[in-house]
Design a protein around this ligand. Structure first.
Ligand SMILES: Cc1ncc(COP(=O)(O)O)c(C=O)c1O
Length: 480
């Protein structure tokens, strides 16, 4: 047995390499309420339930009670009718996967199912398409980055099992026209899912605060399911999302049972079977600690921060916010005088973590900011750092890529590349650490790499990053 105090110290030491989870300076990946007591009770609840197993609610009735309570709160918040039901999943992607799988399995007679989604739908839907063999019919958004209901309606066919929209979209932070899209889906007898994974715990409170929130909840006719993550703006520890269905009938194909083996009858509501009770208990504790009035106040604080943030960004000459934010997400682009990728690196050096988004379908690359309540008081500091970063980026000028390299990159067919080719390419773009075991290290600077990836189309980006990830994830062996 090792010295356990020493192990914890080592964990904390290793954690120093990560982006900070608290402090409000990380504007993607983490959501920080800034409420130390809520964080603490959440962590204690995760620890208390780390060994409990959500596989069997009859063996762990406390987990069932917590799940039903959390789903009930989500139903209340999202205007669900009596009879609505839901499930706690491990996160937004699992909620989306299950929404798509459920829609597909509700129609066993459709042999080549499709779902209609706007270009701005979260990539989790493409993952669901890939996993479950449901073709994603991707429809252009309008100049305001919102789904276009007429085009969505026109894309519905006899093979459509699901139509999905976002409230709001991750990349641009705007709410799709849910009323019109849900009506079009309902007119064809098709399910309509609203992906509110990132905004679902903010928008209802924003509406209560008197903000102008377009309708998107179960109050909208034709909305059949909604996903909302507790580990985002519920400010709960990582590992919980809620997937709601308007009725038990709509949810039924989500459940899986198998008695066709000699062991226990496997009976699951989610993709996971054995699952830690920790995240559920953590979410239960945090939601009860913060409470409705707490979320209202956190939403007021964060949206006030968003207003100041968006105005401050707009006031910087080379920058423009791509769409007025409907919620807590802000995306901005630069003009030709500088590059978002240089700005991102300069922000990292200054201790702020922002997320670059590569150009897509002719749009400019952008920087994504998910604002947390803990960041709102720091918006002035953030804008000062951003101003410095922009000055540095303008002084450096936009990243230029040798035209021969650019021509080479854009001509590559990822499906024709071998592992050796990928090794060479990763080394050429600075994504190979050159260690003897064929693994790669994490690059210090990302600007040039991002600029090159930006030139590549989505298939090459995906292939290069998968090759990178493959080389990154290699075991540390102590044996020979
Ligand atoms: C709108 C939306 N849907 C789905 C997801 C996927 O959630 P997760 O990363 O929890 O799997 C996200 C994540 O940011 C999101 O913003």
């Amino acid at each position: 047995m090792s010295d356990t105090t020493g192990l914890l110290a080592r964990l904390h030491e290793m954690q120093r390499a990560d982006v900070p989870v608290h402090g409000g300076r990380t504007l993607a990946y983490v959501y920080d309420s800034g409420l130390a007591d809520a964080d603490e009770v959440g962590r204690a609840a995760v620890a208390a339930y780390a060994g409990s197993n959500g596989l069997d609610p009859t063996a762990f009735p406390s987990l069932l009670a917590m799940e039903n309570e959390l789903v009930g709160r989500a139903c209340d918040l999202l205007d669900a009718p009596a009879g609505a039901v839901g499930t706690i999943t491990s996160g937004g992607t699992e909620s989306v996967l299950l929404a798509v799988q459920t829609a597909r399995d509700a129609h066993p007679e459709i042999t080549r199912p499709q779902m209609v989604v706007p270009t701005t739908i979260h990539a989790a839907f493409h993952k669901a398409a890939h996993y479950f063999g449901v073709e994603a019919v991707v429809v252009d958004v309008g100049p305001d980055f919102r789904a276009q209901p007429e085009l969505m309606a026109a894309a519905i066919t006899d093979r459509t099992v699901l139509v999905a929209v976002s409230a709001p979209s991750y990349a641009h932070g705007v709410v799709d026209p849910v009323v019109e899209v849900a009506a079009a889906a309902s007119a064809r007898g098709v399910r309509c899912h609203v992906d509110a994974c990132i905004g679902g715990w903010v928008l209802p409170y924003a509406a209560l605060l008197g903000r102008d929130v377009p309708p998107w909840t179960f109050a909208v006719d034709g909305v059949t399911s909604i996903s909302v993550d507790l580990h985002k703006y519920g400010y709960a520890p990582k590992g919980t999302s809620v997937l709601l269905h308007r009725s038990p009938e709509l949810r039924r194909p989500q459940f899986f049972a198998s008695a066709d083996w000699p062991g226990y009858t496997m009976l699951n509501t989610t993709l996971q079977s054995t699952k830690s009770g920790g995240p559920l208990a953590g979410a239960w504790a945090v939601l009860n600690a913060i409470g409705d009035s707490g979320y209202l106040e956190l939403t007021r604080v964060v949206l006030d921060g968003v207003d100041r943030l968006a105005a401050g960004i707009e006031a910087m000459a080379p920058l423009s916010v791509v769409a007025p934010p409907d919620s807590t997400l802000v995306a901005f682009a630069t003009d030709d005088s500088c590059d978002v990728f240089t700005i991102t690196d300069a922000m990292t050096r200054a201790g702020w973590h922002v997320q670059p988004q590569l150009s897509y379908r002719g749009g400019r690359p952008t920087i994504h900011l998910s604002l947390s309540a803990a960041t709102a008081p720091l918006v002035g500091e953030f804008l000062a750092a951003l101003g410095d970063a922009v000055d540095q980026a303008v002084a450096a000028g936009p990243i230029t890529i040798d035209p021969d390299v650019a021509a080479f990159v854009t001509s590559l067919d990822p499906s024709a590349l071998s592992d050796d080719d990928f090794d060479g390419l990763l080394a050429a773009v600075g994504m190979a650490g050159g260690s003897e075991s064929g693994t790669v290290g994490l690059p210090d600077s990302m600007a040039d790499i991002n600029a090159l990836l930006d030139l590549a189309g989505p298939p090459l980006r995906e292939a290069l990053l998968v090759a990178f990830l493959d080389r990154l994830t290699r075991p540390v062996r102590h044996g020979s």
